[in-house]
Design a protein around this ligand. Structure first.
Ligand code: VGL
Ligand code: ZN
Length: 188
């Protein structure tokens, strides 16, 4: 899997979206083969650290009765509740000690699928002179999609690591890749 990792350069960032227990098999909102992204992303995170490239990880982090949950009239079974076991990163994910964590899904007025949505992330990354962002994680057709599209709008050169992401539905995954490509994302 290492041969696909490009030579990193200054201005690059690795962004890992929501690789949490609830999105993996056995979790509250399991994504088929969601756990298969873990070894791939571990290799990318290792390479990034060796190259001095910052690693950011987002986490879905909902209040207990979040409006995105079915009992509250939302779309999803309750998942990634703040401080719950299911909200933890996958136990095999090798989170670098100096990684930055981006918390989202905390808004009370609407769901927050994008790691750029009211987090201040875009301004911060522009200040750090980040130009290219490599993205993997879960789910390809939900939070990865929303994050990649927002990253394009914010002027970053977005790269989707296809083998490091899995969709909620196969059809949704295909459509998501098409939307990301049309927005200018490199699919690698
Ligand atoms: C996500 C569904 C609900 C995701 C978050 O991280 O893709 N999907 N909340
Ligand atoms: Zn969520």
């Amino acid at each position: 899997m290492n041969e696909k990792i490009p030579p990193f350069k200054s201005g690059d960032l690795l962004l890992v979206i929501d690789v949490q227990k609830d999105f993996c098999p056995g979790g509250a909102l399991p994504i088929e083969k969601g756990d298969e992204v873990v070894p791939v992303l571990n290799a990318w995170m290792r390479a990034a650290r060796e190259g001095g490239i910052p690693v950011y990880l987002s986490r879905d982090w909902h209040p207990k009765n979040h409006l995105s949950f079915e009992p509250q009239g939302g779309t999803w079974p309750p998942h990634c509740v703040q401080d719950s076991d299911g909200a933890r990163f996958h136990p095999q994910l090798e989170v670098p000690l100096d990684a930055e964590i981006v918390t989202k899904g905390t808004r009370f007025d609407q769901d927050q699928n994008s790691a750029f949505d009211q987090t201040g992330l875009a301004d911060w990354l522009h200040k750090r002179n980040i130009k290219r962002i490599f993205v993997g994680g879960l789910a390809q057709d939900v939070c990865v999609l929303a994050t990649v599209l927002d990253g394009c709008k914010a002027g970053f050169e977005m790269h989707l690591i296809e083998e490091a992401t899995r969709p909620v539905t196969a059809e949704g995954g295909k459509e998501a890749v098409e939307k990301m490509r049309q927005a200018g994302t490199m699919i690698i």
